[in-house]
Design a protein around this ligand. Structure first.
Ligand code: SF4
Ligand code: SF4
Length: 119
């Protein structure tokens, strides 16, 4: 239905990637940090969410999750990724459908939709 290895990581560029307390604790454990240190280092309050993933610059989407490898286009903390990343996108990925359709229509197997936000 979708193949993340053929995608530049669109879902990792969402402005709000919300974490719960368990996710923050898991990140802390992964990096050998206390809950408080992990919260401060990896999360920020955003749009009413107490814990939202910090982001960094990305040449394709403008901003992307801090844990995304912008050269290899993949997650660097796969085993410690938050629950929202584990369950996304469910059965089908709308972005991948769009990408597949455009790649076929434009006869460009490497086509990608670029920047959509800078926040
Ligand atoms: S946007 Fe879809 S295809 Fe791309 S990485 Fe996320 S889930 Fe995978
Ligand atoms: S933790 Fe990994 S899967 Fe989740 S948004 Fe960040 S890079 Fe993507």
């Amino acid at each position: 239905m979708f193949d993340c290895s053929k995608c530049p990581g669109y879902c990792c560029s969402y402005p709000l990637i919300e974490l719960n307390k368990r996710d923050v604790a898991r990140l802390g454990k992964h990096f050998g940090l206390s809950f408080e240190k992990a919260q401060k280092k990896f999360t920020v309050e955003r749009w009413g969410a107490k814990y939202s993933m910090r982001r960094k610059a990305d040449k394709i989407f403008g901003r992307i999750c801090q844990f995304f490898d912008t050269k290899e286009r993949r997650c660097t903390i796969y085993e410690a990724r938050p629950s929202t990343c584990r369950s996304y996108p469910g059965g089908r990925c709308g972005y991948y459908d769009f990408l597949s359709s455009e790649r076929s229509m434009q006869r460009d197997p490497k086509f990608i939709a670029t920047t959509w936000n800078k926040s």
